[in-house]
Design a protein around this ligand. Structure first.
Ligand code: AMP
Length: 280
């Protein structure tokens, strides 16, 4: 696995791959890799001639007071895992390399980027859209792989790819969970043993709402009531949002249909966790 830190070098190597006719699969990450990330890499490996991953803790997507400084960094382990999964090229820029002092251009996905997590974390998706645009320009992948775990991110990036005519395909991969159902997240390592147990309530809430739908309940109001009953059972869990929305626009829907997204965000202690499912 070749490791590259400089934008110009990365552009050169990727240009070479494209000229050689390679199908390039890209997996952007912030590191602290777990099986969720690796599922994206495996999918990219199966689909592509060359697999490119990036590890970059993007300062632009963290608001002041969020966990940028303490965000887990496990670079040596990440490298070993990516190498094991057959990644060909790993991009690990420093912050100054991605955002030189004179950089002033950002990408904002209005509307979609301001809903759900975007409403709770103002500016977050401008940070995400900006860094992902830059990575797409630097690498020029045929396909880029993202996890359904971050459903709002997927909606924002789909809109961005469409609006800005990025010549690539976005591939969304299913949520990978621990054996007990908790969605894997780099932030799970912040949880104490007690909080780890409490965190399960997000998955349980999603399961309850799935069950209501399976029993024929489609009205969002009833769904949300049923979900809230589960979610509010655990003291120590503070709800940020529980919503039934259109998966593309992220606007609320009155009744859940195929293509609706049910999503939750909640603080467990001081850790903000998310979970979701698509209605089928
Ligand atoms: P992050 O490092 O948190 O920016 O995540 C990098 C990519 O991994 C994003 O596309 C995430 O959606 C994806 N990802 C994170 N956790 C999971 C998970 N549990 N299952 C599937 N994909 C995930």
């Amino acid at each position: 696995m070749q490791i590259v830190q400089r934008v110009v070098e990365m552009q050169g190597v990727c240009r070479g791959l494209r000229r050689g006719g390679a199908v390039v699969g890209m997996v952007p990450t912030m590191g602290a890799l777990h099986e969720g990330h690796l599922s994206l890499v495996r999918r990219a490996r199966a689909d592509s001639d060359a697999v490119v991953a990036s590890v970059f803790v993007n300062p632009l997507q963290f608001a002041p007071g969020e966990d940028l400084a303490k965000y887990p960094r496990t670079f040596e382990e990440d490298c070993r895992a990516l190498e094991r999964e057959g990644v060909d090229l790993l991009f690990v820029p420093q912050a100054e390399e991605m955002y030189p002092g004179d950089a002033v251009t950002t990408v904002s996905v209005l509307g979609v980027g301001d809903r759900l997590d975007g409403a709770s974390r103002p500016g977050h998706f401008t940070g995400v859209a900006t860094v992902v645009s830059k990575l797409f320009h630097i690498v020029g992948p045929t396909r880029a792989y993202f996890g359904q775990k971050d459903a709002v991110q997927v909606a924002v990036l789909r809109q961005m790819v469409k609006d800005l005519n990025f010549d690539l395909e976005l591939v969304t991969c299913p949520i990978v969970r621990d054996a007990d159902g908790l969605a894997l997240s780099s932030r799970n390592r912040y949880l104490s043993a007690e909080e780890r147990k409490q965190a399960l309530v997000l998955h349980q809430t999603m399961m309850r709402m799935q069950q209501i739908i399976a029993e024929g309940g489609r009205q969002s109001e009833a769904l949300l009531r049923g979900g809230m009953e589960v979610l509010q059972r655990v003291a120590g869990v503070r709800v940020d949002y529980l919503s039934v929305v259109d998966a593309h626009t992220l606007l609320p829907v009155t009744s859940a249909a195929r293509g609706s997204l049910v999503a939750v965000a909640a603080f467990v202690g001081s850790t903000r966790l998310i979970d979701n499912f698509l209605v089928d």
